[in-house]
Ligand binder design. Structure first.
Ligand code: SF4
Length: 341
């Protein structure tokens, strides 16, 4: 068994988010060593070169229970050979986002809101990600090119909400995010700024004073939708980062993906909701997996998902029960799936 050296909380807090990002684990051998696992104890590992690279920041890896090859956090980032099997119905762009990618950097799918793709990069690479094949290189805008995206928002007064998305939008510098937020706030019909990010969970040091400054100076109402799939992802450092945001009036919501072997039980999902609420976050959506190529082994069929949602609803108060939804390309909203009670 490999020896892993746990890092103290004090040490973790003294490292900047940029250093955590550049020091992320990017190869399988290091991930296994860091998490106290041995290659021979895990079946089906993909030890070859990966088309979707491995990337795990150490603050997230520190929450993986050492020596447990079934750990729910480890399983979200572990490359398996199953990803390489072609499975009918699992495709590279399951949400047909290419059709809504109307101008570089913008996805306009739903009435009243647009997504700005601020980067293709993520701090962590989740093996089930529906955008693992998204053509990010075609959506990398310079500040001048962002003008085109801003003009698109300005000319459509039905747009009341702008969503920073990616990749992970918080990988951008605070300076760039501040400039963009100010430019958006200058468009009178935009009321809200929403940020979809997994960074407060995977590298909580990203919630810096500089970030809080541009988020709080804006006239826009601010909503942050974090992405956590399991209660073990929320340790005291994540909780502290989230509290800083909610203390500044940022509305915090969570979206999870229902993942086989990771959170597909009443116990795991109710524990997640309880933990989120303790950290000041409301559970919002529980997504059925988007059928992206390479992620079929995480998928749970709709009937089982509805049955699970029914049991969850019977177990938790309504405000702690996330809405089970799936996304069908071309539809004007996400489709709610009724819990089977
Ligand atoms: S953080 Fe989100 S966008 Fe990035 S890899 Fe994970 S699921 Fe995909």
């Amino acid at each position: 068994m490999c020896t892993i050296i746990p890092r103290s909380e004090q040490l973790i807090h003294s490292i900047s988010w940029q250093s955590e990002l550049s020091g992320a684990i990017t190869d399988l051998a290091s991930l296994l060593t860091y998490t106290g696992n041995r290659i021979e104890d895990i079946t089906g590992l993909d030890t070859g070169s990966l088309s979707f690279p491995l990337r795990v920041p150490r603050p997230f890896a520190d929450r993986i229970v050492p020596g447990n090859p079934h750990d729910p956090l480890l399983r979200q980032v572990l490359p398996l050979t199953q990803e390489n099997l072609p499975i009918p119905g699992y495709i590279s762009d399951p949400l047909d986002e290419a059709a809504s990618n109307i101008t570089p950097g913008i996805i306009h799918k739903y009435h009243g809101r647009v997504l700005l793709i601020l980067t293709g990069a993520c701090a962590i690479n989740c093996r089930y990600c529906f955008r693992r094949e998204f053509p990010y290189s075609e959506n990398q805008n310079s500040m001048t090119e962002w003008q085109q995206a801003l003009d698109y928002i300005r000319q459509d007064d039905s747009i009341t909400e702008v969503i920073f998305s990616g990749g992970d939008p918080l990988l951008n510098s605070d300076k760039k995010l501040q400039q963009l937020t100010r430019a958006i706030a200058n468009i009178p019909h935009v009321k809200r700024l929403r940020i979809h990010t997994r960074l407060p969970v995977v590298i909580p040091q990203r919630i810096t004073t500089e970030l809080l400054a541009w988020l709080t100076e804006t006239r826009l109402q601010t909503v942050m939708v974090i992405h956590s799939n399991h209660a073990n992802e929320i340790d005291s450092s994540v909780e502290m980062a989230l509290q800083q945001l909610s203390n500044q009036g940022v509305i915090l919501l969570n979206q999870s993906v229902l993942l086989k072997g990771i959170n597909d039980s009443v116990e795991a999902l109710s524990h997640l909701s309880e933990r989120l609420f303790e950290a000041g976050v409301l559970p919002y959506y529980l997504h059925l997996l988007d059928k992206v190529q390479g992620a079929a082994h995480f998928d749970l069929d709709e009937d089982k998902a509805r049955e699970l949602a029914g049991k969850l609803a019977a177990h938790l108060p309504g405000y702690l029960t996330p809405k089970l939804v799936k996304e069908n390309p071309g539809e004007p909203a996400k489709t709610p799936l009724l819990p089977r009670l």
